[in-house]
Design a binder for this molecule. Structure first.
Ligand SMILES: Cc1cc2nc3c(=O)[nH]c(=O)nc-3n(C[C@H](O)[C@H](O)[C@H](O)COP(=O)(O)O)c2cc1C
Length: 344
C-alpha cells in the first residue's frame, strides 16, 4: 500500500522536475505530483520533455488530464513505462482551456464517461490509478459526491484526492482556489462512509501543524501553495509524519541545489528554470530577501554562488539558527550592495 500521508499538490508552472527535486531535498518521503499533463501532449511525442524525472523523486505520480478513455489509458501506460509510481486523473481544473478541451472539473458533469476513463486506465496499468476531484461543480451536494466516489470506486480506483471545495466554471482558476468555501469535514465524512477507500484531503492546509490533526481522520493530506511559497514548511515532515530522523537545513539544501544546477546547466537547462523555484528557500529567515533579490537579479550560477556565500556568512558554519542578530544582517546587506555595485 503506497504511503499517501503527505504529498505536494500538482501545480502547473510550479511542480516541474526542478521544484520537485528541491522538495525532495527537504523531505525524503513526501509524495510528489507532476504538473497537470494533457494526454495528447504525451502521445504526440513530447514524452521526453514532459515525463523526465530524477531517480530520487520517488514516490512520484504523473497527473494526466484528458477526456478520451483510450488516449488516457495509453498515456497512463507510457507514464508507467517511464517509471511513475502512480497516475492521477485531473477532475478538478476549472480553467477555460480545460473546459474547451472537455477535461478537468467539467468532466465531473459526465460521470459515465469518468467511469469509462477510469476503467480503461486501471486496465492499462499495474500502478495505482487515483483521481483528484472537487466536491462538486457549480455547487455541491454530499450525496452526489458520495455517489461519484461509490461509482468510481467500482472501477478499481482506490484513492481519492479531494480538493475540498467545489468548482465554479465561470470563475478564474485563481478565484476558484479562494472563493468556493472549504469543507474539510466532507472529506472526513467520506472516510467514515467508505472506510475501505483511501482519502487525501487537499485545500487550504498551510502548515504541518494544520495537517497533522487531519491524519487522524483521513489517509493523507496534500499541500500545494503553502509549499511553493515556503518549501521549508516541510522541514519537519520526515520526522513528524514519516518517523525518519532526517531534518534538513536550508544551507545544505541550497548547496545540493547548486550541484544540481551545475549539472543541469551542463545539459543545457537555462539557470533560471531552476533558480526561480529556489527564491523562497530562505523565506522569513535573516538574509532571505537578499537571497531572493540576488537570485532574481543575477539569474546565473554565479549569482547563486554569491548568494550562497552571503547566506553562509550570515548563518555561520554551525547551522541556520545560530546567528540571527540584526547587526549581522546589516553587514550582509552592506556587502551585497558592494557586490551589486560591481555588477555581480
Ligand atoms: C499555480 C497553481 C497551479 C495548479 N495546477 C494544478 C494542476 O496542474 N493540477 C491540479 O490538480 N491542481 C492544480 N492546482 C490546484 C492545487 O493542486 C490544489 O488543489 C489547490 O492549490 C489547493 O491546495 P492548496 O490550498 O494547498 O494550495 C494548482 C494550483 C496552483 C496554485
Amino acid at each position: 500500500m503506497p504511503d499517501f500521508r503527505l504529498s505536494v499538490a500538482p501545480m502547473v508552472d510550479r511542480t516541474d522536475r526542478h521544484f520537485r527535486y528541491l522538495v525532495r531535498q527537504i523531505s525524503r518521503k513526501v509524495r510528489l505530483y507532476t504538473e497537470m499533463t494533457v494526454d495528447q501532449a504525451v502521445l504526440r511525442g513530447k514524452a521526453e520533455r514532459l515525463l523526465t524525472f530524477h531517480p530520487t523523486e520517488h514516490p512520484i505520480a504523473l497527473q494526466l488530464a484528458g477526456s478520451d478513455p483510450k488516449s488516457l489509458a495509453e498515456a497512463a501506460r507510457i507514464g508507467q513505462a517511464w517509471g511513475y509510481d502512480e497516475v492521477n486523473l485531473n477532475l478538478g481544473c476549472p480553467s477555460e482551456k480545460a473546459q474547451e478541451g472537455g477535461f478537468g472539473a467539467c468532466l465531473l458533469l459526465e460521470p459515465l464517461r469518468v467511469g469509462e476513463i477510469l476503467r480503461a486506465m486501471v486496465e492499462a496499468v499495474a500502478i495505482p490509478v487515483t483521481v483528484k476531484l472537487r466536491l462538486g461543480v457549480e455547487g455541491e451536494s454530499y450525496p452526489l459526491l458520495a455517489r461519484w466516489v461509490e461509482r468510481y470506486g467500482e472501477t478499481g480506483v482506490r484513492t481519492f484526492i479531494i480538493h475540498a471545495r467545489s468548482a465554479l466554471l465561470n470563475l478564474s482558476p485563481l478565484k476558484n482556489r479562494e472563493v468556493p468555501p472549504l469543507r474539510h469535514d466532507w472529506v472526513h465524512r467520506l472516510k467514515v462512509d467508505f472506510p475501505h477507500l483511501t482519502f487525501i484531503l487537499n485545500g487550504g492546509v498551510r502548515t504541518l501543524e494544520e495537517a497533522l490533526p487531519h491524519l487522524e481522520k483521513v489517509d493523507g493530506v496534500m499541500m500545494g501553495r503553502a509549499v511553493y511559497e515556503d518549501p521549508f514548511v516541510l522541514e519537519e515532515a520526515d520526522r513528524r509524519v514519516f518517523g525518519l530522523a532526517h531534518r534538513p537545513s536550508r544551507l545544505d539544501v541550497a548547496r545540493r541545489m547548486r550541484l544540481y544546477l551545475e549539472a543541469e546547466v551542463q545539459k543545457g537547462t537555462p539557470p533560471w528554470a531552476v533558480l526561480r523555484h529556489m527564491l523562497n528557500l530562505f523565506r522569513g529567515q535573516p538574509g532571505g530577501r537578499l537571497w531572493r533579490r540576488l537570485l532574481s537579479e543575477g539569474r546565473s550560477l554565479g549569482a547563486l554562488d554569491q548568494a550562497l556565500r552571503l547566506l553562509q556568512e550570515k548563518v555561520g558554519q554551525e547551522g541556520e539558527e545560530e546567528n540571527p542578530d540584526p547587526k549581522g544582517n546589516a553587514a550582509v546587506k552592506r556587502t551585497a550592495l558592494g557586490l551589486s555595485r560591481q555588477g555581480i
